[in-house]
Design a protein around this ligand. Sequence first.
Ligand code: ADP
Ligand code: MG
Length: 598
Amino acid sequence: MNLQRWLLWLVVVAVAVAGSGALDGYAVHTLDVALIFAILAVGLSLTQGVAGQINLAQVAVFGISGYTTAVLTTTFHWDFWATLPVSVLLALAAGLLLGLPALRMQSHYLGIVTLGLAIAFSSFAANAPLLGGAAGISNIPSPGLLGISFNTDHQYFYLLLGALVLGLLYADFIRGSGLGLRLRAMRDDHVAAAAIGIHVAAMRVAAFAFGALFAGLAGNLYAGLIGYVSPDTFSIFVMFELLAMMMIGGRQSIYGSAAGAILVIVAQSLLINFQNYAQLGYGVLQVAVVVAAPMGLAGLAYRTWRLARTRHASGTTVQIAPYAGRLAQADPVAAIDGTVIGVTGLSKRFGALRALDDVTLDIHGGVIQGIVGPNGSGKTTLFNVLTGLYRADGGTVTVLGVNVLRRRPDQLSQIGVARTFQNVRLFRSLSVLENTQVGIRRSGRLWEYAVAPWRGAARDREARRKALEILDGLGLSAVAKQLPGELPYGLQRRVEIARALAGEPRLLLLDEPAAGLNGDEVRELGDILRDVRRVGVNVVLIEHNMSLVMSLCDRVAVLNFGQLLIESEPAIVSHDPAVVEAYLGRRAAVAGAPVTVG
Ligand code: ADP
Ligand code: MG
């Protein structure tokens, strides 16, 4: 964080402290509640906005923490602060449990399961004698610290403000960190995320854990502020209110979510005398926000800012550097000696369809291998098996000496397999630089971000530097800050190659990399791939552009109806009668025409 931002924070906190001093007790109490909901919303925004995991049980986790604090302080007479770690830990445990369904299902199904868990919690709380049943638990003591007892709303405000500021700083750090990049990448496209080595299951559980961390803190502070907890406070109605706060503020923005919570609670208290109309107005506002600004007020602000910036920059057209052979400047690396991909008797069926039918194929180190064949001949399916996306039905497959048949895509990425996709699958809300950075292999463990954030931050800086180097090598520096959707197709494909190379693979699989490229771009692609091979990466490409295949590949395999027709040198393959027939039909084969179609 730079000096300007620290100063901005200082001003915001100073204004909040001074402003609260001028308000009466009732107004400050409202703000206190608002700050607690802001903490809760920040957590939900990490789970749902940043990581894309629908969570309708955030309020239940909040409740678990609140009740833990209540029971420990009243029934067991614990000191208030001693209950904080226990409440947060129990909330975390609940969050991890909530994360489990996310491993099996996503989107609205996940919403329904978490909703069910939230309702189960409410009814449990309403019936459990230990939790005071429907009447709840009262007489929770307010906390004290260093001789100050936070028993007035004004004093509590400072405590909450401190907690919210710390929470915001931490959440913002996580969102921008390498871990946050992984969470956002997973939200945008979990298949592509796994293909660059992201452990999707772990990320999903982590997303719920972060939400729970904030809910745990909020629940503890809530119990201390109100002195009373009951099932109503943690009901599903409150959950929907929390969701509305986040939607209005902007679910993908940490600050937007917090602002949304404060805005809604303050507005509710100002309109307390007009309750009927207030509810109606609230509903209308919610619909208006969803229609006009799906990403909430924060999204609206961000869009305006981006628009202003691009308009400002429109005078100077961005000059895209052509590929300047920079990869070739790196020292050449010896190719793998021997077999890189060994496929024996491989079959893959979809119902009655044999997408791959007894394919046997060896691909050797150092050669650029082409794979061609008509549409639907099983080329992409082969890549999907090689990268762990599909399970084979029969045969054996080894890649880089590892049997792939029981490995997950992220595990195969870890051993050095990288790929691009037939339909470009970049992370759409990550910049070009972030798309590349997220592909950089990390040396440290991800929990470093929780226990030693500064170490994680240092590694992030290193990853960013490496990513910039790769972009520079591919002539993409000028578009590093752009979103993929703002780039022409040819550049998007090149960014996908940059992302794949970021993981320092030993094997790069490219699925129709020349599709949609113009002549110059295809030539550049050829240059890039030759240089990629030179730095020790084995290249296999599926391609329809025959002139590229003929000029680039050392060997070509032809698939037809899931079977391998031939595997040989390009010149031999293009004159093979069976290949010509597969591509151009029987008449052409009889006439002896070579395959030249693009
Ligand atoms: P290619 O990449 O050579 O054009 P694909 O490998 O994508 O061909 O597809 C081969 C065949 O398998 C096609 O008939 C396709 O419809 C089918 N196929 C591929 N993936 C699936 C899937 N997930 N479910 C059902 N059928 C599939
Ligand atoms: Mg395909």
